[in-house]
Design a protein around this ligand. Structure first.
Ligand code: SF4
Length: 66
């Protein structure tokens, strides 16, 4: 399984990740993305990788969760 995280120092709050990987990322009260479901289920992995690749500031980190 994979684990997603957002580096808020890099995030600009564009909202793309929230659209690409619904239910994993969400725009927080501070206007920046947060991870709502840290451990990514298999069926969402592709969306999370797409979101990470599509993030304009490379703020999303996806790691193997062993
Ligand atoms: Fe932030 Fe990147 Fe998500 Fe945009 S796509 S809200 S910059 S983490």
């Amino acid at each position: 399984m994979k684990k997603a995280s957002v580096n808020k120092d890099l995030c600009i709050g564009c909202g793309a990740c929230q659209e690409i990987a619904k239910g994993i990322f969400e725009i927080d009260d501070d206007g920046l993305a947060k991870v709502v479901c840290e451990t990514v289920e298999k069926d969402k992995e592709e969306d999370v990788i797409d979101a990470a690749e599509g993030c304009p500031t490379s703020a999303i980190v996806v790691k193997e969760d062993n």
